[in-house]
Design a protein around this ligand. Structure first.
Ligand SMILES: NC(=O)c1ccc[n+]([C@@H]2O[C@H](COP(=O)([O-])OP(=O)(O)OC[C@H]3O[C@@H](n4cnc5c(N)ncnc54)[C@H](OP(=O)(O)O)[C@@H]3O)[C@@H](O)[C@H]2O)c1
Length: 325
């Protein structure tokens, strides 16, 4: 019997239960993985709260982890028992000792990358890969705005931007988080708990504003993001840490300067084994080449997943947090 975290009804972290469960036998194109480390992500809280609907209830939790293959389905060709593997795009259920996934969702983990590093970087690092390299292809020399720059995705974005020669202006909610973002390569920081972000962006860019804003905060920063982007620029709204952006009148994009907006997801960009592999190779090269460090700021036993989610939602975490089975 294995252990996993699940919820039967939506609610706060208190609905998360640590239960016994019998992992399924892998289907023909599936792989069963013994998790060695599991990633904590804000999206996990959206499924728990009901903001995003899980496929069914009771539901498993979590989309990111790393471990060792313990069984493979009859049609699996790329993996064998004993392989070190990692994943960052579900299906839900990563908060578990053992997880069964489609072969297409897995990548082989290079020996140079630890299970903890992989669990802290697969979902968040692949997200940064597509945000900075595909959604808006940064080439170096640009100045950009990235919200929540000391968080999981933000900490990796600061480092990746520095490696690309991009000046990243990062928003944060405290002096400690500003120092962390700077240490990770942010060119400048703005404390959005008391500073006027759009005004500071104008000053920092000599009145030009930025060509692209990356916004995973959502509701609280939506208007700020529109006000910080240059005419015909792009607002990438990729998350809802403060609540969902809704009720948008498209006319606001005209009024603010013929703006573009996209609402991307990792699952669209890594929607097949080939694109996942390509994105993961670039991510792993960044880590092995020393350009990207995975900062595991906190570790929790799997049984304490509710506590870990409470800390994440209360903005008391930085960098990546992992759960250990
Ligand atoms: N679309 C995608 O493909 C994709 C993939 C991965 C992640 N995401 C999104 O990216 C964002 C960051 O994810 P993450 O897992 O790395 O989380 P995180 O950045 O480690 O945590 C969220 C951060 O958001 C900031 N925040 C601002 N207002 C908040 C509020 N009202 N409540 C809580 N936090 C608030 C906090 O930083 P400050 O204290 O500095 O404000 C907090 O630390 C999330 O919105 C997530 O859903 C999207």
């Amino acid at each position: 019997m294995a252990k996993r975290i699940q919820f039967r009804a939506h609610g706060g972290p208190e609905v998360l239960e640590y239960v016994d469960y019998q992992p399924a036998e892998p289907g023909p194109k599936e792989v069963r993985v013994t998790n060695k480390a599991i990633g904590l992500n804000f999206i996990d809280t959206y499924y728990r709260s009901g903001l995003y609907p899980p496929p069914s209830l009771p539901s498993g939790v979590g989309s990111e982890g790393a471990g060792v293959v313990e069984a493979v389905g009859s049609d699996v060709t790329r993996f064998k028992i004993g392989d070190r593997v990692a994943y960052g795009s579900g299906p839900l259920g990563a908060y578990s000792d053992v997880h069964v996934l489609p072969e297409a969702n897995l990548v082989k983990l290079p020996d140079a990358i630890s299970f903890e590093q992989a669990a802290g970087v697969m979902l968040k690092g692949l997200t940064v890969q597509y945000l900075l390299r595909q959604t808006y292809e940064l080439r170096g020399g640009e100045t950009i705005l990235f919200h929540a720059a000391a968080g999981g995705v933000g900490s990796l974005a600061c480092q990746w931007a520095r490696a690309l020669g991009v000046k990243l202006i990062g928003t944060v909610s405290s002096a400690e988080k500003a120092a962390l973002a700077k240490a990770n390569g942010a060119w400048a920081t703005i404390d959005y708990s008391h500073e006027n972000v759009a005004q500071r962006v104008l000053e920092l860019t000599d009145g030009k504003k930025v060509p692209v804003v990356y916004d995973g905060v959502g509701k609280d920063t939506w208007l700020t993001s529109l006000d910080s982007v240059a005419p015909r620029g792009l607002v990438v709204s990729f998350g809802n840490a403060s609540g969902a952006v809704d009720g948008v009148n498209l006319g606001i994009l005209a009024g603010k300067g013929s703006l573009y907006v996209t609402r991307p997801t990792l699952s669209t960009y890594a929607n097949n084994a080939e694109s996942l592999q390509r994105m993961a190779e670039e991510l792993f090269e960044m880590i092995i080449g020393g350009k990207l460090t995975v900062d595991i700021s906190q570790r929790y036993p799997l049984a304490e997943a509710a506590k870990a989610q409470t800390e994440l939602s209360a903005r008391r975490t930085t960098g990546s947090v992992v759960l250990l089975p």
